[in-house]
Design a protein around this ligand. Structure first.
Ligand code: NAD
Length: 496
């Protein structure tokens, strides 16, 4: 076992300079307002645990004020010509790019991810505005004849109504724009409730929306530490027609129950447990490069992160050796430090969870090839870790790791790989590496996940339908499908 000596330099850049200009109040009706009672909460830098900002802590009444504002602008926005809505979305895209470096630093500061990851997120997040600016002006609808000849069938697509958008901390910009952009393109007004760990990025996007000329009240942002009551109150408000949630499956289940009371349309992007299958005939270097992206993008804190590596016996030892070399060469440090390739995890709790999963796997016979224990000192750091010979029934193979640990197990046959891959309640994404495209496509068809990457370690694309099967979610974000989540078909029967 190699324990890398991690010497994490304290971060010296001036966090205050990055925060300067970032809003810290609620965005309601186009105005930055304090929370009811003036309540506030602190946001911490995960690389050292220190407070970097104090943000308005919205109460239930603030959530309802935000719905009032979304309602006040709803008719105006649905009647705004799609070309004008598109122009505003296009300006949002450009403004995000104009402010890309600032946004990336803000993401890195409050989330901890390495700056290159944060820069990539900004580009990805901005692209949702451009994609939906283009998609929103394409007219939808059908006219047909009833087969019996009784009437014509006209189908129009109308905005579904006020949308509540709830987002996680791991992609604080992209998870927000992946919802806001299609909602606006469809003609819906909305309230965004970002994660309390990363409110600054969401509020900065609010400022960009205002700068782009978005009319007041179309997007409202309520930051809060009491997510449960605030979101519940909004879902029980008869004006709300849509919930789009990205987060854990556990919270997703709670919100599906809440939404059931008023039969609110739900789009749910939930947890993952991605298998990464490498067949003997795969190109070893391609597979290792893909594994590094699939595992380490965002420091492993991604719903798409490869959680279980299944590697065919003939290539197994070579794969473990090369993956270990690559993982142990990564440089760990505060996200904003220029040399950093892996930043801290989001909280101390996240570090404890990763370590618990690792210890369980080791107790069941897994071997630590590199890493394997939290980094001591300030901040929430866990080193890049490779575990070999992980027993399939270990907790680490069942739960989302959400950290920089690669759990690798051998397999012998194609059927065994598919069975292992499907042995989970999740079904978000899978990865298959093989030199035989027919085999890869056939395995991709048999795997129960909403997305499959064949000889690719990353699949996310604003133009593609992102989403899961089984308990990884309902509905799709991105692409044409993402727009449909905010529209409802209306059938008109008529003759002329
Ligand atoms: P989380 O479920 O704890 O929180 C997500 C959001 O829900 C946050 O805004 C949080 O404040 C809010 N929330 C928490 N409890 C709530 C409640 N009772 N009522 C209403 N809102 C509540 O998830 P997280 O830790 O922020 O994010 C990590 C999870 O998100 C992982 O499971 C990851 O796989 C998942 N995720 C999924 C996707 C996807 O597209 N499928 C993308 C990113 C993250």
């Amino acid at each position: 076992m190699t324990q890398p000596a991690r010497d994490i330099e304290p971060f010296r850049a001036d966090a205050g300079a990055i925060i300067a200009g970032a809003p810290v109040e609620l965005l309601v009706g186009g105005k930055w307002i304090s929370a009811t009672g003036g309540n506030r909460f602190d946001v911490a830098d995960p690389s050292n645990g220190r407070t970097i900002a104090s943000v308005a802590d919205g109460a239930v009444t603030d959530g309802i004020r935000a719905i009032d504002a979304a309602e006040a602008s709803a008719t105006m926005w649905r009647q705004t010509p799609s070309r004008r809505r598109s122009d505003i979305l296009m300006r949002c895209h450009q403004l995000m790019l104009d402010h890309a470096e600032w946004l990336a630093q803000l993401i890195s500061l409050e989330n901890g991810k390495a700056l290159p990851d944060a820069r990539g997120e900004v580009i990805y997040a901005a692209e949702f505005f451009r994609w939906y600016a283009e998609e929103g002006v394409r007219t939808l609808g059908d006219i047909g004849h009833a087969p019996g000849g009784a009437n014509r069938i006209l189908v129009q697509y109308q905005p579904i109504g006020i949308a509540v958008l709830v987002t996680p901390w791991n992609f604080p910009a992209a998870m927000a724009t992946r919802k806001i952009a299609p909602a606006l393109a469809a003609g819906c007004t909305c309230v965004l409730k970002p994660a309390a760990e990363t409110p600054l990025t969401a509020l900065a996007i609010g400022a960009i929306l205002m700068e782009a000329g978005l009319p007041e009240g179309v997007v409202n942002i309520v930051t809060t530490t009491v997510a449960g009551p605030v979101v519940s109150a909004m879902l029980h408000d008869s004006r709300v027609r849509k919930l789009s949630f990205t987060g854990s499956t556990a919270v997703g289940r709670i919100l599906l129950r809440e939404a059931a009371n008023r039969v609110i349309s739900c789009s749910m992007e939930l947890g993952g447990n991605a298998p990464f299958i490498v067949f003997d005939d795969a190109d070893l270097e391609d597979a290792v490069a893909g594994a590094m992206v699939a595992k380490m993008r965002n420091g492993g804190e991604a719903c798409t992160a490869a959680n279980r590596f299944y590697v065919q016996r003939g290539i197994y030892d070579a794969f473990v050796r090369r993956l270990t070399e690559e993982m142990s060469s990564l440089s760990v440090g505060p996200g904003l430090q220029a040399t950093t390739q892996l930043g801290p995890l989001i909280t101390a709790t996240a570090v404890e969870k990763v370590d618990r999963l690792l210890k369980d796997a080791v107790a069941r016979g897994a071997r630590i090839e590199t890493g394997g224990a939290p980094v001591s000192g300030e901040g929430f750091f866990y080193p890049p870790t490779v575990l070999a010979d992980v027993a399939p029934h270990s907790d680490i193979a069942k739960e989302e790791i959400f950290g920089p640990v690669a759990a690798v197990s051998p397999f012998d046959t194609e059927d065994e790989a598919v069975r292992l891959a499907n042995d989970t309640e999740y079904g978000l994404i899978s990865y298959v590496y093989s030199g035989d495209l027919r085999r890869a496509l056939s395995v991709a068809e048999r795997i129960e996940s909403g997305m499959v990457g064949i000889n690719r370690g990353v699949v996310s694309d604003p133009a593609a339908p992102f989403g899961g099967m089984k308990q990884s979610g309902l509905g799709r974000e991105g692409g044409h499908h993402g727009l449909l989540e905010y529209l409802q078909p209306k059938y008109i029967a008529t003759n002329w």
